[in-house]
Design a binder for this molecule. Structure first.
Ligand SMILES: Nc1nc2c(c(=O)[nH]1)N[C@H]1C(S)=C(S)[C@@H](COP(=O)(O)OP(=O)(O)OC[C@H]3O[C@@H](n4cnc5c(N)ncnc54)[C@H](O)[C@@H]3O)O[C@H]1N2
Ligand code: MOO
Length: 398
């Protein structure tokens, strides 16, 4: 294990490496009822179990007609009726509701606002196109959205409400999803307190109020969240006691006498996958493998640094653990020049304006106001970026 940041790798290599580290350790698969699947990660390719739509149906309330006007009216068809076995004869029409099954032999559907009925006959309204309905007009054809057996959803997608809806209408009652990794969180810092207004010398913990919800949104369940003072034995002991498949720590990553993450990792015989990243803020971030081949993400204590390393490295790690692809970066146009003389990737919080993204104020590594006000985080390469240029943006887990 190296000291300092001699082993720092680039921000984009760190993202890739974190994702690969997670992917190589992705967890098991379970089958859950579809009603419990929203927000989970799909763990298998889905094909359509049935065509969509499953039968030719009306897209409008109106009349299904065969042949030319005027049409003699038959019995109405309702959504929920079984498809008629007899074809619709030329010169006849049946009232139909949206979703009602279209009989064979039909020409199309005349919308209710485009027809009038008199004495058991249906006529087009005067203002209506004379060829309405054209062949197949206002008919939803069987399989026009997807044919049976066609790919429906690929493995690794997050089951958003639209995807769960799609799987349901394509016939699924249960879905294979990735098991939710359980994480233990260790907050380090003798100066850190959990409630109230801190006295001088103390700081209020920025992480425990939202980490369980933030990590749940990423697909991880926080099992235990512990606060430890800066003590090597306590840190080592807490890490040794944890059997979680993922461990997160905050603080204690730097090299001062009060920073014990590095020492604890050494005592546990952990391997460092990432030992510092060429990024500002956040360069002391580490990714280690604890005994049992369990990833541990060590976030710096400074709040902006912790949040941006969680987004930069933690999200790719979790995406990998859940079998998801590495999220693509976004882009944004910069309203102002953004300097970067650090020689490292600079992450800059911005707000959006008519002329593009403008850096927020108050984005020191120990601050939160800039991030709290921001619409996103831009990736500024070494050397900076001119006004009007496009910058990449960080996929954020919140
Ligand atoms: N000589 C050097 N000193 C420091 C370097 C360096 O390269 N050389 N890097 C600086 C950078 S950058 C960062 S980031 C920090 C990383 O430090 P640690 O991970 O060891 O974090 P701590 O020292 O424990 O805390 C830093 C800062 O953050 C506050 N903190 C910690 N935990 C919390 C919490 N739960 N909620 C809110 N705030 C927290 C803590 O009070 C400190 O102010 O090191 C720099 N130093
Ligand atoms: O790199 Mo530190 O993480 O700037 O605050």
């Amino acid at each position: 294990m190296s000291d300092g940041h001699s082993a720092a790798i680039s921000w984009s290599d760190a993202r890739r490496l974190a994702h690969e580290t997670g992917r190589a350790r992705s967890g098991g698969v379970e089958l859950v009822p579809i009603a419990d699947a929203t927000g989970r990660t799909l763990a298998g390719d889905l094909t359509a179990l049935a065509p969509l739509p499953g039968y030719a149906s009306s897209a409008m309330d109106g009349w299904v007609v065969a042949g030319d006007a005027p049409w003699r009216l038959g019995a109405p068809i309702l959504a929920g009726d079984r498809p008629a076995s007899a074809p619709l004869a030329a010169g006849t029409a049946r009232a139909i509701t949206t979703g009602g099954p279209i009989p064979h032999g039909s020409r199309g559907v005349l919308r209710s606002e485009n027809g009038t009925t008199r004495d058991g006959m249906l006529l087009r309204a005067a203002s209506v196109r004379p060829d309405e309905p054209r062949a197949g007009e206002h008919v939803r054809h069987i399989g026009e959205e997807i044919a049976e057996g066609e790919p429906l959803l690929p493995s690794g997608v997050i089951l958003t409400p639209p995807r769960v809806a799609l799987a349901a209408v394509a016939g699924y009652d249960s879905l294979p999803v990735r098991e939710v990794p359980a994480a233990d969180v260790v907050l380090l810092g003798s100066e850190v307190i959990g409630s109230g207004i801190p006295a001088p010398g103390l700081v209020r913990d920025a992480y425990s109020p939202h980490f369980p919800a933030l990590l749940a949104g990423m697909g991880v369940r926080v099992r235990e969240l512990r606060h430890l003072s800066d003590d090597l034995a306590a840190t080592t002991g807490a890490l040794r006691a944890s059997s979680a498949s993922l461990v997160l720590s905050t603080g204690g990553t730097a090299g001062s006498a009060a920073d014990h993450v590095r020492g604890a990792l050494r005592e546990l015989g952990a391997a460092l996958v990432i030992d510092g990243v060429a990024m500002r803020p956040g360069h002391p971030v580490m990714l280690a493998l604890l005994p049992g081949d369990r990833p541990m993400l060590c976030l710096p204590g400074n709040p902006l640094a912790a949040m941006l390393t969680l987004a930069s490295i933690g999200l790719p790690l979790v995406d990998g653990l859940l079998g998801r692809p590495l999220a693509a970066l976004g882009t944004v146009q910069l309203a102002d020049e953004v300097k970067n003389e650090s020689g490292q990737t600079r992450l800059v919080t911005f707000t959006l304006h008519a002329d593009g993204a403008a850096p927020t104020s108050r984005q020191g590594s120990g601050m939160l106001r800039g991030l709290a006000a921001s619409d996103g985080v831009a990736v500024i390469p070494p050397g900076g970026a001119p006004a009007g240029s496009r910058a990449e943006t960080v996929p954020l887990p919140w």
